[in-house]
Write a protein that binds this ligand. Structure first.
Ligand code: IVH
Length: 669
């Protein structure tokens, strides 16, 4: 039996921690230091460890996330999770207002809030406790991501007060603040992983991670903007949402009540500028008829409510001065011009560089030195230059002359027929190409060598230890330990990681060689087809184009690669080092193609990879892609926002439906 004192102490600690959590994560205030907060949390953890019978799933200690879960359960939404119609101008907003005027006899008011750019979530509370959290999915059913949502500290696990309905749902947007996003991307790039394109993708990708502990580390945040249930305290949105604040929810500070459409417009104009100061992304304003009774009178179309609309702000554009152009050299020698700009605040981040893609793009823009350029931030990480303000151009501004020589090694650049990019042909001697090849080889999708990130490779190159990928296998512990970055443990890790990579299957080694145009899928197909590197090495152009999905461009690139004496020597050294240069016998019969012969339909949007990449992956696993669900379909891969028609059809025909994560589990099994 646990003593009463202990039970009391645990309860007290939980209440205190929840109180300070709310102060800090919802109200942005802190009454105690981080140290004091951590002490309380540690106390509680210790008590729960000692008295496991006191552990409770809603204890603040559970925020760190439980262990790895097995995919996500699909759960039906009690209320369909609809989207909103978009408007982009005040005229369209007037149309919305006039449509409402036709239906409503009595006066009405609008509630307005900012439109938060993240990923939607519906959270159900029962008896004041967080019961479950579901993503939008296809609007009818979504993924049960409760374990992940519980790690978000601004979401209460247990509600405050006692005037909440016994059961209700609250919806909101999970997002990643700018600062966390930038920190996360820096780490990802350092570790050789692809950065997230924007905070929205980072938030939705994070929410779909299978390990809640990783989710907890990513420090997502959530704003709640919509209540659903039978016994809500008030008959209108504004008061309900304001009340939800008392229960501990983080609700939009921007929430206001407007008595007419002109006040709505004032609100929109006010926030157009002000929202840029916020530490997270917003992309518009949501305008809602306030009274729930009037909302019901207006009803819904098939996809959206008639009582609410989203006003979307124009894509963020800004203008600034072009200072200079740098030429970046990739691992294949491809040159990418990058503009250096006078610092500019755009959509909450400071922009100093913008991509210019290639020489054609520069001539198309007719770019001159010192020009004032328009910069836009789309979905990509690097903003783009979309135009020049010629009114501000200086009369003697010099046209930009594209680089003729490699900025890194001085070799004259070439441009092949039909290619948009210039190349530095000095593959063997150009430092960024050498380092880039080693980084690619060591990356997760190729040899997956732990402990060899960008900075380490830079260092090994600058010390003259690594000049090509085969040099990695000659590295010695004694060499590493002498370097400033390495301690005993990290040196041993790197050596172990390199040793471990010798077990990586042949198709990954082939991908790691970095033959131009040979991506993951092609490498897999080539490995399957030829079985051995030496057969591939001696394949003719005609043999190569006979391989599934290998076209002339790829075939030529492979022939070129293997006709280079230096590459042949490199491969010989890799073979001597003991790498897998042949497919293992048991895999030869396509047995590692997990979808061999299956017909697959892909629907919706995906967070871990793009739709095209998903298609490629299905094909590489021996599957066939169909566009519509029919009795010939074996499998439906369901992403977010999947059309309900496809889902119904698949259910009707009894076709197996799997989520994006299930798919990965399947192919990685
Ligand atoms: S209300 C039926 N309010 O934008 C009305 N949605 O494009 C439910 N969103 O599905 C939505 N901020 O994911 C509402 N203040 C806000 C919002 C908001 C962002 C998202 C939400 C919605 C989508 C529509």
């Amino acid at each position: 039996m646990v003593s009463k004192d202990i039970v009391f102490r645990v309860k007290q600690l939980r209440e205190q921690i929840s109180y300070h959590n709310h102060q800090y994560y919802v109200l942005s205030k802190s009454e105690i230091s981080d140290f004091e907060y951590d002490l309380m949390l540690k106390d509680l953890e210790a008590l729960e460890k000692k008295y496991p019978e006191l552990i409770n799933e809603n204890s603040p200690t559970q925020r760190v996330g439980s262990d790895v879960s097995e995919g996500f359960k699909q759960v039906e939404h009690k209320y369909p999770m609809l989207s909103l119609a978009n408007t982009y101008s005040f005229e369209e907003l007037d149309d919305f207002h006039n449509r409402i005027a036709k239906t409503l006899q009595e006066q009405w008011q609008y509630a307005c809030e900012l439109k938060y750019d993240g990923t939607a979530i519906g959270i159900t509370y029962r008896g004041g406790k967080l019961l479950r959290a579901i993503t939008r999915g296809d609007g009818t059913q979504g993924d049960d991501v409760t374990a992940n949502v519980k790690t978000i500290r601004s979401i209460p696990l247990v509600l405050s007060g006692n005037d909440y309905p016994d059961e209700f749902e609250i919806r909101g947007e999970i997002f990643m603040p700018h600062a966390i996003f930038e920190e996360l991307n820096t780490i990802r790039v350092e570790q050789g992983e692809a950065p997230f394109a924007n905070p929205r993708n980072a938030a939705s990708g994070t929410l779909k991670l299978l390990n809640p502990q990783t989710v907890a580390q990513r420090r997502l945040d959530c704003l709640l903007y919509f209540l659903l249930g039978d016994n809500l305290p008030f008959d209108n949105h504004y008061q309900n949402l304001t009340k939800a604040k008392d229960w501990g929810f983080k609700v939009p500070n921007s929430l206001v009540l407007c008595k007419d459409i002109d006040e709505v417009k004032e609100f929109i104009s006010k926030w157009d500028e002000k929202r840029k100061e916020l530490p997270y992304d917003t992309d518009g304003v949501v305008v809602k008829v306030n009274s729930i009774k009037q909302q019901q009178q207006l009803g819904f179309t098939a996809k959206t409510p008639r009582w609410a609309i989203a006003y979307k702000y124009q894509t963020e554009q800004g203008s600034t001065r072009l200072l200079s152009v740098d030429y970046q050299v990739g691992r294949t020698g491809a040159i990418t011009p990058v503009a250096n700009l006078e610092a500019l605040q755009l959509a909450g981040t400071t922009v100093r560089r913008a991509s210019l893609h290639n020489a054609d793009q520069i001539s198309l823009l007719d770019l001159r030195m010192d020009d004032t350029v328009f910069v836009e931030k789309g979905g990509e990480i690097i903003p783009k230059i979309v135009g020049v303000n010629t009114d501000l151009r200086k009369p003697n501004a010099k046209p930009l002359v594209y680089a003729t020589h490699c900025p890194e090694c001085g070799t004259e650049l070439i441009r092949l027929d039909g290619e948009a990019k210039h190349y530095c042909p000095n593959q063997a001697g150009c430092p960024p190409q050498i380092k880039g090849r080693v980084m690619h080889f060591a990356s997760r999708k190729a040899m997956n060598i732990d402990g060899l990130g960008e900075e380490t490779i830079e260092l090994l190159f600058s010390q003259g230890f690594v000049n090509d990928i085969a040099d990695l296998y000659d590295l010695k512990y004694e060499q590493l330990i002498g370097l400033e970055r390495f301690a005993q443990k990290s040196a041993q890790n790197a050596i172990d990681g390199i040793e471990e990579s010798k077990k990586v299957p042949f198709h990954k080694v082939l991908f790691g060689l970095g033959i131009r145009y040979v991506g993951e899928t092609t490498a897999r197909k080539l490995a399957m087809h030829f079985g051995l590197l030496c057969s591939l090495k001696s394949a003719t152009f005609d043999e190569l184009i006979g391989v599934d999905e290998v076209g002339e461009r790829i075939a030529q690139s492979i022939v070129n690669f293997f006709s280079d004496e230096k590459n042949l020597k490199l491969i010989q050294r890799l073979e001597e080092a003991g790498l897998n240069l042949r497919i293992e016998e048991q895999n030869k019969t396509l047995s590692d193609e997990k979808l061999n012969g299956l017909s697959v339909v892909i629907s919706g949007t995906f967070s871990r990879i793009s739709r095209n990449e998903l298609k490629e992956l299905v094909l590489s696993q021996g599957g066939k892609i169909l566009s519509a669900v029919s009795s010939n379909t074996d499998l439906l891969i369901a992403g977010d926002k999947m059309g309900p028609a496809k889902l119904n059809q698949a259910n009707k025909l009894g076709i197996k439906i799997i989520s994006e994560d299930d798919f990965f589990t399947l192919i990685e099994s």
